[in-house]
Design a protein around this ligand. Structure first.
Ligand SMILES: [Zn+2]
Length: 94
């Protein structure tokens, strides 16, 4: 059934739209959870060795490509595959 935008009439949405919205929603939630998980870690820059942290919302568009996470280093401004590292001293901050 097509979407009927007429005033006073019901708006019908095709079922496949619901599937698309559901998939986008699930993907977004996974990405948010992943970002929060990464925000608890520090990233090590392979170029200068600088260790830095990013806010979870800054990590929303990132993807782990297997070699690390592509991020801009705040120290040397280079875009590199940064590996996430745990630091023993930071563990008690959360
Ligand atoms: Zn760097």
């Amino acid at each position: 059934m097509p979407i009927n935008w007429g005033i006073g009439e019901h708006i019908t949405i095709e079922p496949w739209w619901l599937v698309v919205i559901f998939i986008i929603g699930v993907t977004f939630i996974i990405q948010v959870v992943k970002s929060i998980f990464y925000a608890k870690r520090k990233f090590a820059c392979p170029a200068c060795g600088h260790r830095f942290r990013k806010k979870w919302y800054q990590l929303l568009p990132i993807m782990n490509n297997g070699k690390g996470v592509l991020l801009n280093c705040p120290e040397c401004r280079e875009k590199n595959n940064c590996s996430a590292v745990w630091e023993e001293a930071d563990r008690y901050l959360y």
